[in-house]
Design a protein around this ligand. Structure first.
Ligand SMILES: *Cc1c(COP(=O)(O)O)cnc(C)c1O
Length: 492
């Protein structure tokens, strides 16, 4: 493949008059456009579109698509993201015409099957959470957090209590403090202990009557199950505050324990992580929340309900509801995939998922810990966090260098520099869908990489068409549109 050609923009290969289509002669009367659309809404010149042939367009996009990294093409140990295989059968089921072709404005009577599916899913998620009331609306984990915190705010407001603070461990995902602030709370950080768990003394010091919610991720982002959880939830409940479980790591505990049973009052799921919705490149996802019964009145509308006659309907008449958080019913396509997954596996299958995920992570941990430091332990849940801090100090090799070099070997990089509590962090989550052979070859590749020359690693990747883009510049100064004067001109 000619590298240069495939990085050219369609504008750059444009030729005047080149087309991909041939239209038959017009067989209806021709009407000037300004008779249909008021002149002020028409542009004076046609938009500068590239003029290219069909093979140009097809090659352009097919070649771009081969530069994608995906779970279908590569091992993807992106910690915290649970990049497990997405069964193709779910795609087929989600695109069945009876599901895919529904219109969101159809009447409840005409979508009984879909409503039944969603109602069942609400019940399954309630059962897995150990929390009885579910909203399927939030479109991602982060929106689930925000929604649950708005529910908490509504609950305290209703009780006439002023509670302004949300406590969050310093190892939490960045979305936790962001959600707390957007929901109108002050986010207060709680330290981790040297073992990577909640520092109970610090929690105690920060917990008071101003605390509305403690957000905890368990197992946490270090891949450790916090065994203090019953004490933590008891402490919060003594202050009449709520416990929120960030459920992004549910893959480790499905069918083993339930957040509701260990004292969480609210949680979100990431259907696109735990229940095989495809994700990456920003979605779509689904972040349903489950809450205790006394919080149910505040859930967003609509909720799927079944009446005494067994008919399903969308319930909008919930006077205490926080309102809508998403158009229509949420990302139903992803919810269907999650439903298929849960129904296919059943309770025993889901438990096996977690057992296998934890086994795979521990296997990989055991294979790498003699050459890559893992600060918080010999054992993990579904993921673990290695650190390149010693490599960096002694040989100037950073977590970023290792992550970049892995790309040369056809692996997606692990999550790096997160959680913030571990310097030079490499957060690795293999998931249950990877074979022992894949884990073995990944471990040998890591072993090989850490033995390589620092200068060579600092310039990695060596085999890809782009090596180290300036990520800060890309985020701060994105080029979102073609500028006629600064770029090669399209031929028009
Ligand atoms: C992924 C993740 C989130 C956010 O979920 P999104 O679906 O990406 O919005 C929150 N917390 C943790 C621990 C996560 O891994």
């Amino acid at each position: 493949m000619d590298k240069n050609q495939s990085t050219e923009l369609l504008f750059e290969i444009s030729h005047p008059g080149r087309r991909c289509h041939r239209l038959p002669p017009c067989d209806v009367p021709v009407v000037p456009l300004d008779r249909l659309i008021p002149r002020q809404f028409l542009t004076s010149s046609p938009p500068p579109l590239p003029e290219v042939g069909e093979s140009d367009v097809v090659r352009h996009f097919v070649n771009l698509s081969t530069r994608n990294m995906s779970v279908d093409t590569n091992f993807y140990p992106l910690g915290s993201c649970t990049m497990k295989y997405n069964p193709k059968r779910h795609e087929r089921l989600a695109s069945l015409p009876g599901l895919a072709n529904l219109h969101p404005l159809q009447t409840d009577e005409s979508v009984q099957g879909m409503l039944e599916l969603l109602w069942n899913l609400q019940n399954l998620l309630a059962e897995i959470a150990g929390l009885p009331a579910v909203s399927l609306q939030p479109a991602a984990g982060a929106q689930g957090e925000l929604t649950a915190l708005l529910v908490a705010a509504a609950y305290f407001r209703d009780k006439g209590e002023k509670r302004s603070r949300v406590l969050i461990p310093d190892s939490a995902h960045g979305t936790n403090p962001a959600s707390a602030v957007i929901a109108g709370f002050d986010a207060v950080s709680v330290k981790s202990s040297p073992k990577g768990l909640v520092d109970m003394a610090d929690l105690k010091a920060k917990l008071d009557d101003r605390t509305a919610v403690f957000m905890i991720t368990n197992p946490n982002t270090l891949g450790l199950f916090d065994g203090q959880i019953l004490d933590v939830t008891a402490m919060l409940h003594e202050k009449k505050a709520l416990v929120y479980l960030d459920g992004a790591n549910m893959n480790a505990i499905l069918g083993k324990t339930r957040p509701g049973d260990f004292g969480a009052d609210m949680m979100h799921y990431n259907v696109h992580k735990t229940f095989t919705g495809p994700h990456g490149a920003g979605g779509p996802g689904a972040g349903p929340i489950a809450v205790r019964d006394y919080l149910a009145p505040y859930l967003p509308v609509p909720v799927v309900v079944r009446d005494a006659q067994g008919r399903f309907r969308l319930d909008y008449h919930r006077p205490k509801s926080i309102g809508r958080v998403r158009s229509f019913f949420g990302n139903v396509g992803i919810l269907i995939r999650g439903y298929c997954y849960i129904r296919t596996l059943g309770p025993d299958g889901l438990r096996q998922v977690s057992e296998q995920a934890v086994l795979n992570a521990n296997y990989l941990l055991a294979r790498i810990k003699d050459f890559l430091e893992v600060p918080h332990g010999d054992r993990c849940m579904h993921e673990f966090v290695a650190s390149a801090r010693t490599l960096r100090r002694e040989r100037r090799i950073s977590a970023m260098d290792i992550a970049k070099r892995l790309l040369d070997f056809g692996y997606h990089a692990p999550t790096v520099y997160f959680p913030l509590t571990v310097p030079e962090a490499l957060m690795i989550e293999p998931t249950e869908t990877e074979s022992r052979e894949t884990l073995d070859s990944f471990a040998s590749t890591l072993r090989q990489i850490q033995a390589e020359d620092a200068e060579y690693l600092q310039k990695a990747p060596h085999t890809l068409s782009i090596s180290r883009p300036d990520e800060v510049k890309a985020a701060r100064e994105p080029i979102l549109r073609w500028k006629p004067d600064s770029e090669p001109r399209p031929n028009r």
